[in-house]
Design a protein around this ligand. Structure first.
Ligand code: ATP
Length: 130
């Protein structure tokens, strides 16, 4: 099996999934923020089961969680592209990276607001079943 990403015609289509998985693993290994997002996602899903969230609430959570993670991956990708194209310090490169990081921040802030909206009322009225 040829895993060289420069191969223009991978023999089997599913190899594309292996490349994509390799990208996810790379970001997980190298980006602390991404590992934080993964940990937060696990915590939110656990809280979802604990507080028995509705189907609509699951739909909202399962939309915002991968959105933040995907934006973090795109941000990491843009950082690498910029470092490759322009290894020297440059104000425009810095601005491009700032904007890209800002996109993650915007989604993250709204993810926190959504989590508060969904979980805070449930936490206030929560009582252990025993
Ligand atoms: N080539 C550059 N020119 C100007 N500013 C940069 C450049 N690279 C990074 N910056 C600034 O640093 C911020 C963080 O960038 P990045 O996450 O790529 O880290 P870094 O500064 O390159 O260091 P490292 O990759 O070692 O963490 C950017 O949002 C930008 O403000």
């Amino acid at each position: 099996m040829n895993l060289d990403s420069k191969d223009p015609k991978p023999k089997k289509k599913f190899i594309g999934f292996i490349f994509a998985w390799r990208g996810i693993v790379e970001v997980y290994k190298t980006e602390r923020n991404f590992r934080f997002h993964v940990a937060a996602a696990i915590g939110v899903v656990a809280a979802g089961f604990l507080f028995d969230v509705t189907r609509l609430e699951w739909a909202v959570l399962l939309t915002i969680i991968p959105l933040v993670m995907a934006l973090e991956m795109i941000n990491s990708s843009i950082e690498r592209v910029m470092d490759y194209l322009s290894p020297e310090r440059d104000p425009l490169v810095g601005m491009i990276k700032d904007i890209s990081a800002g996109a993650v921040l915007v989604a993250s802030i709204f993810a926190v607001l959504i989590a508060i909206l969904i979980f805070l009322p449930k936490m206030i009225s929560f009582s252990w079943p025993w």
